[in-house]
Design a protein around this ligand. Structure first.
Ligand SMILES: CC(C)(COP(=O)(O)OP(=O)(O)OC[C@H]1O[C@@H](n2cnc3c(N)ncnc32)[C@H](O)[C@@H]1OP(=O)(O)O)[C@@H](O)C(=O)NCCC(=O)NCCS
Length: 246
């Protein structure tokens, strides 16, 4: 059963179909959902921002996984970090389940999925980006020809456009488990198109990656937030992605 902060979706690939789940979490003092080992990690974190992002990221990840695992007790789902910082799932029934996590300005999103279909998620708060930040980030993106053309004729504000291109890159970097530790142009898009449900609806976007032809991108814009999902080109979501954060 889905809760207000989770959304379960069907993912179709080849002849197979599996459930994935997106979940959100906002700032909360509650730590009761952490496992003993996670509590120890949390206690060692010194900076308030890192402590908050750790808590909300873990909570969103556990909510998404709990839905697929049908687990009531979030303490039984443990999230560890792999050698590149990628999240790893421990649970007796986790099998080949994986999760991707992102946090920005007090909100975390996570997507739980079968590891056979690698995915990455990234969130930015466009409404909190200063003009200088937008200019600096756009300058770093090493845009492809398709991205430059889209930026020149863009129908969304500059911060939203910048966040869409940035989150598309980070989502791909996470799905590949390498993050964005490579020249940013490597992760550029070769195609960007509006994919909202109605004509003129520019809350939904999708596209393809220039150097990773087997991967695709889906982007969403909502209330000043921009989030992206990278997933295999062969995979198809049976319903739209739109998701109300809370
Ligand atoms: C991984 C990376 C894309 C995260 O981006 P970000 O905008 O800082 O943060 P987000 O909130 O979107 O994502 C953070 C989450 O990504 C996940 N993550 C981290 N490294 C990852 C990787 N290699 N692959 C997949 N997911 C990863 C983690 O779950 C992390 O949350 P957690 O630390 O609470 O577990 C980015 O930090 C990166 O690529 N770093 C590599 C470059 C680097 O090492 N720079 C030095 C940083 S000081």
């Amino acid at each position: 059963m889905s809760h207000a902060n989770t959304r379960s979706l069907e993912l179709v690939f080849g002849d197979a179909s599996e459930r994935i789940c997106i979940a959100s979490a906002v700032e909360d003092k509650d730590q009761a959902f952490l496992s003993q080992r996670e509590k120890t990690t949390f206690e060692a974190l010194r900076f308030a921002a890192k402590r908050t992002s750790f808590l909300i990221g873990r909570l969103a990840a556990k909510r998404a996984l709990a839905e697929l695992l049908e687990e009531q007790d979030l303490r039984r789902i443990e999230i560890r970090s792999g050698i590149y910082g990628q999240p790893l799932v421990d649970h007796p029934r986790a099998g080949a389940l994986a999760v991707s996590v992102t946090h920005s300005h007090g909100l975390a999103l996570a997507i739980a999925f079968p590891s056979a279909v690698p995915m990455g998620i990234d969130l930015e708060t466009a409404s909190a980006m200063s003009e200088d930040a937008v200019r600096a980030v756009t300058g770093e993106l090493q845009c492809s020809a398709a991205e430059s053309a889209w930026l020149a004729g863009r129908s969304v504000d500059e911060a939203t456009a910048c966040a869409l291109l940035w989150t598309a890159r980070e989502a791909l970097g996470k799905s590949l488990c390498v993050g964005v530790n490579s020249p940013l142009g490597m992760l550029a898009l070769s195609e960007i198109r509006a994919a909202g449900l109605d004509a003129g609806d520019e809350s939904g976007w999708r596209g393809c990656y220039l150097n990773f032809p087997r991967c695709q991108w889906v982007g969403e814009v909502e209330d000043g937030r921009v989030w992206s999902l990278a997933l295999p080109l062969e995979a198809r979501l049976a319903a739209g992605l739109s998701f109300r954060f809370n």
